[in-house]
Write a new protein. Sequence first.
Length: 467
Amino acid sequence: MQKFPEKFIFGAATAAYQAEGATQTDGKGKTYWDDYLKEQGTFDPNTASDFYHKYQEDIEQAHAFGINGIRISIAWTRIFPEGTGKVNEAGVKFYHELIDACLAQGVEPFVTLHHFDTPYPLYKKGDWLSSEMIDAYVAFSDFCFKEYGRKVNYWITINEPWSVVAGQYIIGHFPPNIHYDIPKAIQSMHNMMVAHARVVKLYKEQAYSGEIGIVHILESKYPITQSIEDQEAAAREHILANQFMLDATFNGRYSNEVMGIVEDILMKNDGKLKTEPSDFEYLSYAAEHIDFLGINYYASHFLKAYDGDSLIHHNGTGEKGSSVFALKGIGERVNNPLIPTTDWDWPIYPQGLEDMLVFVKNTYPNYKKIYVTENGMGDKDILMDETVQDDARIDYVRQHLAAILKAVEQGVNVQGYFIWSLMDVFSWTNGYNKRYGLFYVEFETQQRYPKKSAYWYKAMADKNELL
Ligand code: BGP
Protein backbone atom coordinates (compact mmCIF):
# COMPACT_ATOMS: atom_id res chain seq x y z
CA MET A 1 0.00 0.00 0.00
CA GLN A 2 1.44 3.31 -1.04
CA LYS A 3 0.10 6.32 0.84
CA PHE A 4 0.38 9.90 -0.33
CA PRO A 5 1.63 12.58 2.07
CA GLU A 6 -1.03 13.90 4.43
CA LYS A 7 -3.17 16.75 3.04
CA PHE A 8 -2.00 15.84 -0.47
CA ILE A 9 -3.80 17.80 -3.17
CA PHE A 10 -5.57 15.57 -5.67
CA GLY A 11 -6.10 18.29 -8.19
CA ALA A 12 -7.08 18.84 -11.78
CA ALA A 13 -5.89 21.59 -14.09
CA THR A 14 -7.48 23.97 -16.57
CA ALA A 15 -6.42 27.18 -18.30
CA ALA A 16 -8.73 30.06 -19.19
CA TYR A 17 -8.35 30.11 -22.96
CA GLN A 18 -8.52 26.34 -23.27
CA ALA A 19 -11.55 25.81 -21.06
CA GLU A 20 -13.71 28.94 -20.93
CA GLY A 21 -14.58 29.51 -24.57
CA ALA A 22 -16.70 32.70 -24.81
CA THR A 23 -13.74 34.46 -26.37
CA GLN A 24 -15.84 37.47 -27.37
CA THR A 25 -18.33 37.53 -24.53
CA ASP A 26 -18.98 40.29 -21.96
CA GLY A 27 -16.29 42.62 -23.22
CA LYS A 28 -13.37 40.19 -23.39
CA GLY A 29 -10.43 41.50 -25.42
CA LYS A 30 -8.35 39.55 -27.93
CA THR A 31 -5.27 37.49 -27.16
CA TYR A 32 -2.71 36.71 -29.84
CA TRP A 33 -4.53 33.45 -30.55
CA ASP A 34 -7.85 34.87 -31.74
CA ASP A 35 -6.98 36.27 -35.16
CA TYR A 36 -4.30 33.69 -35.75
CA LEU A 37 -6.63 30.73 -35.21
CA LYS A 38 -9.30 32.38 -37.31
CA GLU A 39 -6.92 32.94 -40.21
CA GLN A 40 -5.56 29.43 -39.90
CA GLY A 41 -9.12 28.10 -39.88
CA THR A 42 -8.30 24.73 -38.32
CA PHE A 43 -9.53 25.03 -34.73
CA ASP A 44 -12.16 27.35 -33.30
CA PRO A 45 -11.44 28.20 -29.65
CA ASN A 46 -14.65 30.16 -29.25
CA THR A 47 -16.64 27.53 -27.40
CA ALA A 48 -13.89 25.25 -26.02
CA SER A 49 -15.46 23.52 -22.97
CA ASP A 50 -17.72 26.52 -22.25
CA PHE A 51 -16.34 26.70 -18.71
CA TYR A 52 -17.32 30.37 -18.75
CA HIS A 53 -20.95 29.28 -18.44
CA LYS A 54 -20.56 25.79 -16.98
CA TYR A 55 -18.00 26.34 -14.24
CA GLN A 56 -20.51 25.80 -11.44
CA GLU A 57 -21.41 22.35 -12.74
CA ASP A 58 -17.75 21.49 -13.40
CA ILE A 59 -16.63 22.47 -9.93
CA GLU A 60 -19.46 20.59 -8.27
CA GLN A 61 -18.54 17.58 -10.38
CA ALA A 62 -14.86 17.99 -9.39
CA HIS A 63 -15.81 18.00 -5.73
CA ALA A 64 -18.08 14.99 -6.19
CA PHE A 65 -15.13 13.09 -7.68
CA GLY A 66 -12.81 13.75 -4.75
CA ILE A 67 -10.84 16.60 -6.30
CA ASN A 68 -9.67 19.10 -3.71
CA GLY A 69 -7.61 21.49 -5.84
CA ILE A 70 -8.04 23.09 -9.25
CA ARG A 71 -5.73 25.08 -11.45
CA ILE A 72 -7.56 27.95 -13.12
CA SER A 73 -6.06 30.95 -14.85
CA ILE A 74 -7.30 34.51 -15.04
CA ALA A 75 -7.71 35.64 -18.64
CA TRP A 76 -5.92 38.98 -18.59
CA THR A 77 -8.12 40.24 -21.45
CA ARG A 78 -11.34 39.66 -19.53
CA ILE A 79 -10.08 42.15 -16.95
CA PHE A 80 -8.13 44.54 -19.19
CA PRO A 81 -9.46 43.99 -22.72
CA GLU A 82 -6.57 45.99 -24.17
CA GLY A 83 -4.00 44.66 -21.72
CA THR A 84 -3.75 48.02 -19.97
CA GLY A 85 -6.07 50.94 -19.26
CA LYS A 86 -9.80 50.47 -18.88
CA VAL A 87 -11.04 47.72 -16.55
CA ASN A 88 -13.90 45.46 -17.70
CA GLU A 89 -16.13 44.97 -14.66
CA ALA A 90 -17.86 41.90 -16.11
CA GLY A 91 -14.52 40.11 -16.22
CA VAL A 92 -13.63 41.13 -12.68
CA LYS A 93 -16.98 39.82 -11.50
CA PHE A 94 -16.61 36.52 -13.36
CA TYR A 95 -13.40 35.62 -11.53
CA HIS A 96 -14.91 36.56 -8.16
CA GLU A 97 -17.74 34.16 -8.87
CA LEU A 98 -15.46 31.42 -10.16
CA ILE A 99 -13.09 31.65 -7.19
CA ASP A 100 -16.04 31.76 -4.77
CA ALA A 101 -17.54 28.66 -6.42
CA CYS A 102 -14.26 26.77 -5.95
CA LEU A 103 -13.99 27.81 -2.31
CA ALA A 104 -17.62 26.91 -1.62
CA GLN A 105 -16.96 23.36 -2.91
CA GLY A 106 -13.69 22.97 -0.99
CA VAL A 107 -11.75 22.82 -4.25
CA GLU A 108 -8.71 25.01 -3.56
CA PRO A 109 -8.00 27.32 -6.51
CA PHE A 110 -4.39 27.64 -7.70
CA VAL A 111 -4.59 30.73 -9.86
CA THR A 112 -2.24 31.39 -12.78
CA LEU A 113 -1.71 34.95 -13.96
CA HIS A 114 -0.33 34.16 -17.41
CA HIS A 115 -1.15 30.92 -19.21
CA PHE A 116 -0.09 31.48 -22.84
CA ASP A 117 -2.61 34.33 -23.34
CA THR A 118 -0.89 37.68 -23.82
CA PRO A 119 -3.33 40.47 -24.80
CA TYR A 120 -3.15 41.24 -28.50
CA PRO A 121 -2.01 44.91 -28.21
CA LEU A 122 0.91 43.90 -25.97
CA TYR A 123 1.78 41.01 -28.25
CA LYS A 124 2.00 43.51 -31.10
CA LYS A 125 4.45 45.55 -29.04
CA GLY A 126 6.81 42.58 -28.77
CA ASP A 127 5.25 40.40 -26.08
CA TRP A 128 7.85 39.36 -23.46
CA LEU A 129 10.59 40.97 -25.52
CA SER A 130 9.20 44.42 -24.70
CA SER A 131 9.47 46.30 -21.41
CA GLU A 132 5.94 47.67 -21.90
CA MET A 133 4.61 44.11 -21.73
CA ILE A 134 6.53 43.38 -18.56
CA ASP A 135 5.34 46.58 -16.85
CA ALA A 136 1.76 45.84 -17.92
CA TYR A 137 2.00 42.27 -16.61
CA VAL A 138 3.21 43.54 -13.24
CA ALA A 139 0.32 46.04 -13.13
CA PHE A 140 -2.22 43.34 -14.07
CA SER A 141 -0.84 41.05 -11.35
CA ASP A 142 -1.05 43.87 -8.82
CA PHE A 143 -4.68 44.42 -9.79
CA CYS A 144 -5.45 40.71 -9.31
CA PHE A 145 -3.75 40.58 -5.91
CA LYS A 146 -5.72 43.62 -4.73
CA GLU A 147 -8.97 42.24 -6.08
CA TYR A 148 -8.70 38.53 -5.21
CA GLY A 149 -5.71 38.38 -2.85
CA ARG A 150 -7.78 37.93 0.28
CA LYS A 151 -9.33 34.71 -0.94
CA VAL A 152 -6.75 33.12 -3.22
CA ASN A 153 -4.16 31.16 -1.25
CA TYR A 154 -2.01 29.98 -4.16
CA TRP A 155 -0.79 32.10 -7.05
CA ILE A 156 1.23 31.04 -10.07
CA THR A 157 3.04 33.85 -11.86
CA ILE A 158 3.64 32.28 -15.29
CA ASN A 159 2.87 28.93 -16.89
CA GLU A 160 5.79 27.26 -18.68
CA PRO A 161 8.13 29.99 -19.95
CA TRP A 162 10.03 27.38 -22.00
CA SER A 163 6.90 26.23 -23.87
CA VAL A 164 5.99 29.83 -24.64
CA VAL A 165 9.36 30.74 -26.12
CA ALA A 166 9.81 27.39 -27.87
CA GLY A 167 6.33 27.78 -29.41
CA GLN A 168 6.81 31.39 -30.43
CA TYR A 169 10.42 31.46 -31.62
CA ILE A 170 11.74 27.93 -32.16
CA ILE A 171 8.98 25.52 -33.23
CA GLY A 172 6.91 28.37 -34.60
CA HIS A 173 3.48 26.89 -33.81
CA PHE A 174 2.53 29.79 -31.51
CA PRO A 175 2.20 33.31 -32.95
CA PRO A 176 4.33 35.05 -34.22
CA ASN A 177 5.37 31.70 -35.75
CA ILE A 178 9.08 32.36 -35.89
CA HIS A 179 11.25 29.31 -36.54
CA TYR A 180 14.64 28.46 -35.10
CA ASP A 181 15.40 31.84 -33.51
CA ILE A 182 17.04 30.43 -30.40
CA PRO A 183 18.51 33.80 -29.27
CA LYS A 184 15.05 35.41 -29.22
CA ALA A 185 13.78 32.44 -27.21
CA ILE A 186 16.55 32.80 -24.64
CA GLN A 187 16.02 36.55 -24.32
CA SER A 188 12.29 36.13 -23.90
CA MET A 189 12.78 33.40 -21.30
CA HIS A 190 15.09 35.64 -19.29
CA ASN A 191 12.61 38.51 -19.50
CA MET A 192 9.77 36.24 -18.33
CA MET A 193 11.84 35.19 -15.35
CA VAL A 194 12.47 38.85 -14.46
CA ALA A 195 8.76 39.60 -14.83
CA HIS A 196 7.98 36.62 -12.57
CA ALA A 197 10.51 37.89 -10.02
CA ARG A 198 9.03 41.40 -10.01
CA VAL A 199 5.60 39.93 -9.32
CA VAL A 200 6.88 37.73 -6.48
CA LYS A 201 8.49 40.83 -4.93
CA LEU A 202 5.31 42.85 -5.29
CA TYR A 203 3.24 40.10 -3.67
CA LYS A 204 5.61 39.53 -0.78
CA GLU A 205 6.15 43.21 -0.04
CA GLN A 206 2.43 43.71 0.30
CA ALA A 207 2.38 40.92 2.87
CA TYR A 208 -0.51 38.86 1.54
CA SER A 209 -1.03 35.67 3.50
CA GLY A 210 -1.04 33.27 0.54
CA GLU A 211 1.75 31.58 -1.38
CA ILE A 212 3.27 32.31 -4.75
CA GLY A 213 5.22 30.17 -7.19
CA ILE A 214 5.96 29.53 -10.85
CA VAL A 215 5.21 26.58 -13.14
CA HIS A 216 7.95 25.17 -15.35
CA ILE A 217 7.65 22.36 -17.82
CA LEU A 218 10.59 20.13 -16.87
CA GLU A 219 11.37 17.20 -19.13
CA SER A 220 14.42 15.06 -18.42
CA LYS A 221 16.96 14.70 -21.22
CA TYR A 222 18.93 11.49 -21.73
CA PRO A 223 21.67 10.60 -24.20
CA ILE A 224 20.53 7.84 -26.57
CA THR A 225 23.99 6.22 -26.30
CA GLN A 226 26.77 6.77 -23.80
CA SER A 227 29.01 8.46 -26.38
CA ILE A 228 30.50 11.78 -25.22
CA GLU A 229 28.77 13.57 -28.11
CA ASP A 230 25.31 12.24 -27.24
CA GLN A 231 25.85 13.03 -23.57
CA GLU A 232 26.81 16.54 -24.55
CA ALA A 233 23.62 16.93 -26.64
CA ALA A 234 21.43 15.81 -23.72
CA ALA A 235 23.26 18.11 -21.32
CA ARG A 236 22.82 21.06 -23.66
CA GLU A 237 19.10 20.62 -24.11
CA HIS A 238 18.73 20.14 -20.36
CA ILE A 239 20.55 23.40 -19.69
CA LEU A 240 18.56 25.35 -22.25
CA ALA A 241 15.10 23.99 -21.43
CA ASN A 242 15.38 23.28 -17.71
CA GLN A 243 18.39 24.53 -15.84
CA PHE A 244 18.49 28.05 -17.26
CA MET A 245 15.11 28.76 -15.68
CA LEU A 246 15.68 26.72 -12.53
CA ASP A 247 18.88 28.69 -11.89
CA ALA A 248 16.93 31.93 -12.29
CA THR A 249 14.13 30.60 -10.07
CA PHE A 250 16.20 29.29 -7.17
CA ASN A 251 19.62 30.94 -7.39
CA GLY A 252 18.66 34.36 -8.72
CA ARG A 253 21.52 34.11 -11.21
CA TYR A 254 22.84 31.75 -13.87
CA SER A 255 25.68 29.47 -12.77
CA ASN A 256 28.93 29.57 -14.74
CA GLU A 257 28.25 26.10 -16.17
CA VAL A 258 24.81 27.14 -17.42
CA MET A 259 25.97 30.50 -18.77
CA GLY A 260 28.96 28.88 -20.48
CA ILE A 261 26.71 26.56 -22.48
CA VAL A 262 24.03 29.18 -23.11
CA GLU A 263 26.66 31.58 -24.46
CA ASP A 264 28.03 28.88 -26.72
CA ILE A 265 24.50 28.12 -28.02
CA LEU A 266 23.99 31.85 -28.58
CA MET A 267 27.27 32.15 -30.45
CA LYS A 268 26.43 29.22 -32.73
CA ASN A 269 23.08 30.88 -33.45
CA ASP A 270 24.48 34.42 -33.93
CA GLY A 271 22.86 35.94 -30.87
CA LYS A 272 23.52 37.65 -27.56
CA LEU A 273 21.62 37.89 -24.26
CA LYS A 274 20.93 41.35 -22.85
CA THR A 275 20.57 41.66 -19.10
CA GLU A 276 20.49 44.56 -16.63
CA PRO A 277 22.03 44.52 -13.14
CA SER A 278 18.56 45.21 -11.70
CA ASP A 279 17.30 41.94 -13.29
CA PHE A 280 19.47 39.98 -10.90
CA GLU A 281 18.34 42.01 -7.90
CA TYR A 282 14.75 41.00 -8.64
CA LEU A 283 15.72 37.42 -9.38
CA SER A 284 17.68 37.07 -6.12
CA TYR A 285 14.81 38.48 -4.11
CA ALA A 286 12.33 36.10 -5.72
CA ALA A 287 14.67 33.11 -5.33
CA GLU A 288 14.70 33.72 -1.61
CA HIS A 289 10.96 34.32 -1.26
CA ILE A 290 9.28 31.95 -3.69
CA ASP A 291 7.00 29.49 -1.87
CA PHE A 292 6.68 26.62 -4.31
CA LEU A 293 7.65 25.23 -7.67
CA GLY A 294 5.05 23.79 -10.02
CA ILE A 295 6.34 21.10 -12.36
CA ASN A 296 4.46 20.18 -15.50
CA TYR A 297 5.64 16.85 -16.79
CA TYR A 298 4.42 14.83 -19.74
CA ALA A 299 7.48 13.32 -21.37
CA SER A 300 11.25 13.08 -21.45
CA HIS A 301 13.56 13.10 -24.45
CA PHE A 302 16.41 11.02 -25.78
CA LEU A 303 19.09 12.89 -27.66
CA LYS A 304 21.89 12.32 -30.05
CA ALA A 305 24.58 14.67 -31.31
CA TYR A 306 23.61 16.90 -34.22
CA ASP A 307 25.60 19.50 -36.07
CA GLY A 308 23.27 20.58 -38.85
CA ASP A 309 20.86 23.51 -39.05
CA SER A 310 17.75 23.50 -36.85
CA LEU A 311 14.93 21.39 -38.24
CA ILE A 312 11.53 20.72 -36.65
CA HIS A 313 8.29 19.07 -37.65
CA HIS A 314 5.54 19.44 -35.05
CA ASN A 315 3.16 16.48 -34.89
CA GLY A 316 -0.12 18.26 -34.17
CA THR A 317 -2.37 15.62 -35.72
CA GLY A 318 -1.55 12.48 -33.79
CA GLU A 319 0.11 10.85 -36.80
CA LYS A 320 2.53 8.67 -34.89
CA GLY A 321 6.18 8.88 -35.87
CA SER A 322 5.99 12.17 -37.76
CA SER A 323 7.94 14.38 -35.30
CA VAL A 324 11.34 15.87 -36.05
CA PHE A 325 13.18 18.04 -33.51
CA ALA A 326 16.82 18.98 -34.08
CA LEU A 327 18.39 22.20 -32.84
CA LYS A 328 21.56 23.83 -34.08
CA GLY A 329 24.28 23.87 -31.43
CA ILE A 330 22.27 21.51 -29.21
CA GLY A 331 21.19 18.07 -30.46
CA GLU A 332 18.49 15.96 -32.02
CA ARG A 333 15.63 14.20 -30.24
CA VAL A 334 15.39 10.60 -31.36
CA ASN A 335 13.06 7.70 -30.81
CA ASN A 336 14.10 5.24 -28.11
CA PRO A 337 12.68 1.91 -29.28
CA LEU A 338 12.41 0.68 -25.69
CA ILE A 339 10.12 3.51 -24.62
CA PRO A 340 6.46 3.73 -25.69
CA THR A 341 5.13 6.99 -27.12
CA THR A 342 1.71 8.59 -27.46
CA ASP A 343 0.20 9.16 -30.91
CA TRP A 344 1.69 12.65 -30.74
CA ASP A 345 5.18 11.10 -30.27
CA TRP A 346 5.56 12.05 -26.62
CA PRO A 347 7.71 9.39 -24.92
CA ILE A 348 5.95 7.89 -21.88
CA TYR A 349 8.71 7.78 -19.32
CA PRO A 350 7.69 8.16 -15.65
CA GLN A 351 11.28 7.58 -14.55
CA GLY A 352 12.01 11.01 -16.06
CA LEU A 353 9.64 12.60 -13.55
CA GLU A 354 11.26 10.86 -10.60
CA ASP A 355 14.71 11.85 -11.87
CA MET A 356 13.62 15.47 -12.33
CA LEU A 357 12.11 15.72 -8.84
CA VAL A 358 15.29 14.33 -7.30
CA PHE A 359 17.41 16.62 -9.49
CA VAL A 360 15.56 19.72 -8.25
CA LYS A 361 15.93 18.66 -4.62
CA ASN A 362 19.65 17.95 -4.94
CA THR A 363 20.60 20.90 -7.13
CA TYR A 364 18.42 23.55 -5.49
CA PRO A 365 18.25 22.57 -1.82
CA ASN A 366 16.62 25.90 -1.00
CA TYR A 367 13.39 24.89 -2.85
CA LYS A 368 10.55 24.68 -0.35
CA LYS A 369 7.96 22.42 -1.92
CA ILE A 370 6.77 21.11 -5.24
CA TYR A 371 3.39 20.54 -6.79
CA VAL A 372 3.15 18.52 -9.97
CA THR A 373 0.90 21.07 -11.61
CA GLU A 374 0.22 19.17 -14.87
CA ASN A 375 0.56 15.58 -15.99
CA GLY A 376 -1.74 13.47 -18.09
CA MET A 377 -2.19 11.62 -21.32
CA GLY A 378 -3.58 13.00 -24.56
CA ASP A 379 -5.59 10.38 -26.40
CA LYS A 380 -8.26 9.99 -29.09
CA ASP A 381 -10.97 8.95 -26.62
CA ILE A 382 -14.16 7.26 -27.77
CA LEU A 383 -17.43 7.84 -25.96
CA MET A 384 -19.37 4.60 -25.59
CA ASP A 385 -22.37 3.98 -23.33
CA GLU A 386 -21.94 7.45 -21.83
CA THR A 387 -18.36 6.83 -20.66
CA VAL A 388 -14.83 6.27 -21.92
CA GLN A 389 -12.80 3.16 -21.09
CA ASP A 390 -9.54 5.09 -20.79
CA ASP A 391 -7.40 2.36 -19.26
CA ALA A 392 -4.30 3.67 -21.04
CA ARG A 393 -4.74 7.02 -19.26
CA ILE A 394 -5.22 5.34 -15.89
CA ASP A 395 -2.08 3.35 -16.48
CA TYR A 396 -0.15 6.48 -17.47
CA VAL A 397 -1.26 8.47 -14.44
CA ARG A 398 -0.71 5.55 -12.07
CA GLN A 399 2.87 5.15 -13.28
CA HIS A 400 3.57 8.85 -12.85
CA LEU A 401 2.04 8.93 -9.37
CA ALA A 402 4.21 5.94 -8.45
CA ALA A 403 7.24 7.90 -9.69
CA ILE A 404 6.23 10.82 -7.46
CA LEU A 405 5.93 8.50 -4.47
CA LYS A 406 9.40 7.12 -5.19
CA ALA A 407 10.75 10.68 -5.21
CA VAL A 408 8.92 11.40 -1.94
CA GLU A 409 10.64 8.36 -0.42
CA GLN A 410 13.93 9.96 -1.43
CA GLY A 411 13.02 13.06 0.51
CA VAL A 412 11.47 15.29 -2.17
CA ASN A 413 8.71 17.45 -0.73
CA VAL A 414 5.79 16.98 -3.15
CA GLN A 415 2.47 18.24 -1.83
CA GLY A 416 0.07 17.71 -4.67
CA TYR A 417 -0.74 16.51 -8.17
CA PHE A 418 -2.97 18.14 -10.77
CA ILE A 419 -4.07 15.94 -13.61
CA TRP A 420 -4.25 17.71 -16.96
CA SER A 421 -7.09 18.19 -17.44
CA LEU A 422 -10.30 18.35 -15.40
CA MET A 423 -12.48 17.95 -18.49
CA ASP A 424 -11.50 17.74 -22.15
CA VAL A 425 -10.35 21.16 -23.29
CA PHE A 426 -9.04 22.94 -26.36
CA SER A 427 -5.42 22.06 -27.14
CA TRP A 428 -3.42 25.05 -28.50
CA THR A 429 -1.81 23.32 -31.43
CA ASN A 430 -3.80 20.10 -31.64
CA GLY A 431 -7.38 21.31 -31.45
CA TYR A 432 -10.06 19.05 -30.03
CA ASN A 433 -9.14 15.48 -30.91
CA LYS A 434 -6.36 15.30 -28.33
CA ARG A 435 -8.29 14.71 -25.14
CA TYR A 436 -6.93 14.65 -21.61
CA GLY A 437 -9.93 15.14 -19.30
CA LEU A 438 -11.29 13.09 -16.44
CA PHE A 439 -14.61 14.15 -17.94
CA TYR A 440 -15.40 13.64 -21.59
CA VAL A 441 -16.85 16.74 -23.23
CA GLU A 442 -19.15 16.26 -26.18
CA PHE A 443 -18.21 19.60 -27.71
CA GLU A 444 -21.36 19.89 -29.85
CA THR A 445 -23.69 19.72 -26.83
CA GLN A 446 -21.24 20.60 -24.04
CA GLN A 447 -22.48 17.57 -22.17
CA ARG A 448 -19.98 16.05 -19.69
CA TYR A 449 -19.46 12.29 -19.09
CA PRO A 450 -17.17 10.93 -16.36
CA LYS A 451 -14.54 8.62 -17.84
CA LYS A 452 -13.35 5.44 -16.14
CA SER A 453 -10.31 7.45 -15.00
CA ALA A 454 -12.56 9.86 -13.06
CA TYR A 455 -13.95 7.01 -10.94
CA TRP A 456 -10.48 5.61 -10.38
CA TYR A 457 -9.13 9.06 -9.43
CA LYS A 458 -11.94 9.51 -6.91
CA ALA A 459 -11.31 6.15 -5.26
CA MET A 460 -7.65 7.07 -4.92
CA ALA A 461 -8.34 10.55 -3.52
CA ASP A 462 -10.83 9.11 -1.01
CA LYS A 463 -8.26 6.63 0.30
CA ASN A 464 -5.23 8.90 -0.14
CA GLU A 465 -3.33 5.95 -1.55
CA LEU A 466 -2.18 4.74 -4.93
CA LEU A 467 -4.58 2.25 -6.49
C1 BGP B 1 1.05 22.22 -21.31
C2 BGP B 1 0.18 23.44 -21.20
C3 BGP B 1 -1.27 23.17 -21.21
C4 BGP B 1 -1.71 22.01 -22.09
C5 BGP B 1 -0.78 20.82 -21.98
C6 BGP B 1 -1.05 19.74 -23.00
O1 BGP B 1 2.24 22.55 -21.92
O2 BGP B 1 0.48 24.14 -20.02
O3 BGP B 1 -1.90 24.38 -21.49
O4 BGP B 1 -2.04 22.39 -23.35
O5 BGP B 1 0.56 21.20 -22.11
O6 BGP B 1 -0.46 20.07 -24.21
P1 BGP B 1 -1.13 19.81 -25.61
O7 BGP B 1 -2.48 20.40 -25.51
O8 BGP B 1 -0.24 20.51 -26.58
O9 BGP B 1 -1.13 18.35 -25.80
